[in-house]
Design a protein around this ligand. Structure first.
Ligand code: GLU
Length: 461
């Protein structure tokens, strides 16, 4: 294993969607390409919104996608680490107690905005004396704690431009000015920790070398870079990828459940269809189905991820699915087919006959029913019934030493043509309707041996 260490760090506050899968897969493929280490970390310190059920669902979704974490942990199990790191910052004077209520802060914001000033926290709490703090605590107020951003010389109330720069793995050179930001709250009134903080403690402690996440975190990177340094750690490399949006510009939300991995799985979309769309959208690669993770890893290039929007059309999932099924080996479909009741010696030839005509694996059940003699009946038009009966009377013999095979249909059709004078659509269409009950579908040459002579005759109109 190389020294590359990445992590996917979802907050288990909902089901993950295809956009979250993009982040997970970027990390997973990046690690795969470098023989690196991938950790699944649950950012679950927000106990009001995080649940174990959501975390379990995310684990299942990643497994289904084909992501196999090398390690997994929950932030809720590591509170002692955060306590220790917070104590260190407090001792250094970098984490300070604030007592403002949300209403007070909102009022200050409005005043600043009305004066056309940036609504940045003015560090008023730094002016509090010990006596002030004792009085506030006496009134029953509990502090929340802010990180003192390193954006000043000497006087914290007079911040000055302080650039944090990095060469982003996706976006190239980036810059955040710490003077434009409020000191972030790292510890809430109730003592719980915010993600901004716990993430850095863990990334530093577990030796994460590359943080790959959505571009909604670019500003965080300015703050977190300062936090890494305050904790005595070197910041890792950062890559912020563009976020997936649907063609109509609609963003994706964990809350609405739109395009969740679980719902796509339930709809019968193959994991590699989801993974291909999630990874290749908004890159320089064509969005076409990769058969497996190894192929996707070959086609994935973090640096080639465009800076623009990554718009995709959910309807493309069906096209990708069809492409995957077209040459999916029986062994890959076998489990899903068995659940549908498609099993036994005919399951494999059935699969090979129908896979080129399916939107989803589950659609194979329709053709399974057909060869079991349960296709829709009475599909043949009244005008064609005599023709079809005549054709059925010309079916070739079948015996155990000469079973029907792929050539049987052609031979039969030649005989029918010669006897009836029909050809083209006028011949094939009624035969298809008679044999399957459907106007379109897999090659009749493949279906006929599966129906067998008895099965075919049973469908004589
Ligand atoms: N829990 C954060 C999120 O879901 C993780 C962001 C990060 O990767 O640092 O957005």
């Amino acid at each position: 294993m190389s020294s590359v260490r990445v992590r996917f760090a979802p907050s288990p506050t909902g089901a993950i969607h295809i956009g979250n899968a993009r982040t997970a897969l970027f990390n997973w493929l990046f690690a795969r390409q470098r023989n690196g280490h991938f950790t699944l970390r649950f950012d679950d310190t927000d106990t009001a919104r995080s649940t174990r059920a959501f975390a379990d669902g995310i684990e299942r979704d990643l497994e289904w996608l084909g992501i196999e974490p090398d390690a997994m942990f929950r932030q809720s199990d590591r509170l002692a680490f955060y306590e220790a790191a917070a104590a260190k910052l407090k001792a250094a004077g970098l984490l300070y107690a604030c007592y403002e209520t949300p209403e007070e802060l909102e009022l200050r914001r409005k005043v600043l905005l009305s004066r056309r000033l940036p609504p940045v926290y003015g560090r008023e709490a730094l002016q509090l004396t010990d006596a002030d703090r004792a009085r506030l605590e006496g009134e029953g107020r509990r502090p929340h704690w802010r990180f003192l951003l390193p954006n000043f010389d000497g006087d914290p109330v007079a911040p000055r431009r302080t650039e944090i720069r990095w060469d982003d793995l996706c976006r190239g050179p980036q810059l955040v000015d710490l003077a434009s930001l409020s000191d972030p709250v790292l510890v809430r009134e109730d003592g719980s920790f915010l993600y901004t903080f716990t993430s850095v403690v863990d990334d530093a402690e577990t030796g994460v070398t590359h943080i790959i996440r959505g571009e909604d975190h670019v500003t965080n990177t300015g703050v977190q870079t300062a936090l890494f340094r305050a904790l005595g750690a070197e910041p890792p490399a950062f890559g912020h990828h563009n976020l997936l949006t649907t063609a109509t510009g609609e963003g994706l939300s964990k809350r609405t459940g739109a395009l969740s991995i679980a719902s796509l799985r339930q709809q019968g979309i193959e994991p590699m269809a989801v993974a291909s769309l999630a990874v290749l959208t908004g890159s320089s690669e064509n969005v076409s189905a990769a058969r497996d993770m190894a192929e996707l890893a070959e086609r994935f290039d973090l640096a080639a991820t465009s800076k623009g929007a990554a718009k995709f059309d959910p309807a493309d999932l069906i096209a990708l699915n069809r492409a995957l099924l077209r040459d999916m080996p029986f062994e890959a479909a076998e489990g899903q087919l068995a659940v549908l009741g498609v099993s036994g010696p005919t399951a494999e030839p059935l699969w090979l006959a129908v896979r080129g005509n399916l939107d989803r694996v589950a659609d194979a059940a329709v053709w399974w029913a057909v060869i079991q003699g349960n296709g829709p009946r009475d599909a043949v038009a009244a005008d064609d019934v005599d023709f079809v009966r005549a054709a059925f009377d010309l079916l070739p013999p079948e015996s155990s030493d000469r079973p029907w095979d792929r050539t049987t249909f052609k031979a039969w059709v030649e005989t029918v043509k010669a006897a009836t004078g029909r050809g083209g659509k006028a011949l094939f269409h009624p035969l298809r309707l008679a044999l399957t009950g459907f106007p379109a579908g897999p090659e009749l040459a493949d279906l006929l041996p599966l129906l067998g002579r008895a099965g075919t005759l049973a469908r004589r109109p």
